[in-house]
Design a protein around this ligand. Structure first.
Ligand SMILES: NC(=O)c1ccc[n+]([C@@H]2O[C@H](COP(=O)([O-])OP(=O)(O)OC[C@H]3O[C@@H](n4cnc5c(N)ncnc54)[C@H](O)[C@@H]3O)[C@@H](O)[C@H]2O)c1
Length: 433
């Protein structure tokens, strides 16, 4: 890869400029130290839209590609951001690393355990990096809690909970206009929910919890069990909202409505992860962090997409022995202020940027800074493989009647010696916001 320094611009290519990819592109075009040289999508109209965005930002015309493999061969790209459907995103990351590109990879499930090994081996063999763009790690409350965990305020951690609670019945069943690759118009979510029964979106939940538990740096996941409820929510929605001749009316969905996974860590902690996308419900990541001194839990989350006041409202509660009165929850607000990650203090002062309440900007800044310096990213290829492999492992456990399944150690033992401070999210970001 061409060497870069702090003073130079990072030269990026984007593969998959549909919904999420277009948003990531827009965020990057806000950054003075990013140039976008190429955009790639199998849909011409998405390429054209992305091309226009780049040109309107005052940058030179980007070259359009239909083929990711061709695009990544260019030797003038420092990094490639990938936001394609779940079937292809990991294999594309592998192709990009083989071409010596620093990958920024959107979240989603792995298709198989082997695919995750290949991702890790490619990074090790090529020396290229892959950062998982897990924006949820950058939530203001999660970053403050991580700070508190590192200061020992919760004592020794014992248990965490998290998940992905998001009513996605309509997009799963009816798909989206971006879904070119399926005959019936459903998108990648439809395909995977039809064919797979497991936790298909584990990383938004497990990301911040894995950072608190020092997974891959002093700790690791050793096994999991998964249990799926019956599958009813998607059928029920289709019956109530579609005409019987709709192609998705009679789909035989594999996914259980609620998939509950329990992970066991080498240091003895347990983590419950829920996947809950097929029933009516408000959005939630269900975060809980519990240790020998007390417990924190996210209690409310709401995303406002309005033009006037876009943003995210988060509320959480805490109970700390000898600090909180009686056995009562108290508001997290004061703790939030007292333990804010410096990145958030600075970020609020300058006015947070759009995208899930600002977290999209933060994750991309960490990515851009890592590419610029050629440094190991804070959410690295081992984290990416460890968090995304939960999907095929949970499928395996469910298929075996909820049997425990051994968790691969992608670090090949290095987790025992890796510095827990390594990969401190946003550590030196303030000066680079
Ligand atoms: N982090 C987040 O908050 C967040 C939010 C939404 C989506 N995502 C992730 O982003 C990814 C994309 O999701 P989306 O909702 O934007 O999907 P989408 O269908 O809107 O966009 C995917 C794009 O990839 C393109 N594509 C498909 N195959 C391709 C190929 N072989 N080569 C080039 N382009 C190809 C499609 O034409 C489409 O434009 C998924 O992995 C999803 O999990 C993350």
């Amino acid at each position: 890869m061409a060497k870069n320094t702090d003073n130079q611009k990072v030269r990026l290519g984007f593969t998959g400029v549909g919904g999420r990819g277009a948003h990531l592109l827009e965020r990057c075009l806000d950054m003075n130290d990013v140039d976008v040289l190429t955009v790639c999508d199998i849909q011409e109209r998405h390429c054209q839209r992305a091309w226009k965005e780049v040109v309107e930002s005052g940058r030179p015309e980007p070259k359009i590609y239909e083929d990711h493999g061709q695009m990544v061969k260019r030797d003038d790209l420092d990094g490639v951001v990938i936001a394609t459907p779940w079937e292809s995103h990991i294999s594309m990351a592998i192709t990009a690393m083989e071409a010596d590109k620093f990958v920024g990879l959107e979240v989603g499930p792995a298709n198989s355990v082997e695919e995750c090994w290949e991702l890790v081996r490619t990074a090790e063999e090529t020396g290229s990096h892959c950062m998982l763009l897990e924006n949820c790690c950058y939530y203001r409350d999660c970053m403050a809690v991580l700070n508190m965990v590192r200061q020992g305020i919760f004592g020794e951690l014992v248990h965490c909970r998290c998940g992905y609670g998001h009513d996605l019945r309509e997009p799963i069943i009816t798909g989206s206009e971006t879904a070119l690759n399926q005959k019936d118009g459903r998108n990648y979510r439809g395909l995977h929910n039809e064919k797979r029964n497991g936790d298909l979106y584990p990383t938004h939940g497990i990301g911040p919890m894995a950072k608190c538990l020092n997974v891959n740096s002093g700790n690791r996941f050793v096994s999991l069990t998964s249990t799926a409820s019956k599958s009813r929510g998607l059928d029920d929605w289709a019956e109530n909202n579609l005409e019987p001749n709709h192609p998705s009316y009679n789909v035989d969905w594999s996914i259980g409505d609620i998939v509950t996974t329990v992970l066991k860590c080498a240091n003895g902690e347990t983590v419950i992860v829920n996947h809950d996308v097929s029933l009516p419900r408000p959005y939630s990541n269900m975060y809980h962090v519990q240790g020998t001194n007390g417990i924190w839990k996210r209690t409310f989350e709401s995303i406002d997409h309005s033009e006037e006041n876009p943003g995210l409202t988060l509320e959480s509660s805490i109970y700390l022995e000898k600090k909180s009165s009686g056995h009562e929850w108290e508001s997290f607000d004061t703790y939030q202020t007292n333990h804010d990650n410096p990145v958030w203090e600075e970020y609020l002062e300058m006015g947070r940027k759009a995208g899930h309440g600002g977290i999209d900007h933060l994750v991309l800044r960490d990515y851009v800074m890592s590419v610029k310096r050629g440094e190991h990213p804070p959410i690295d290829v081992y984290d990416a493989a460890t968090w995304m492999v939960i999907s095929p492992l949970s499928e395996r456990s469910i298929a075996l009647g909820n049997e425990p399944v051994a968790f691969p150690d992608f670090t090949n033992g290095a987790w025992m010696n890796n510095d827990p401070k390594f990969g401190l999210l946003g550590d030196d970001l303030p000066e680079h916001l």
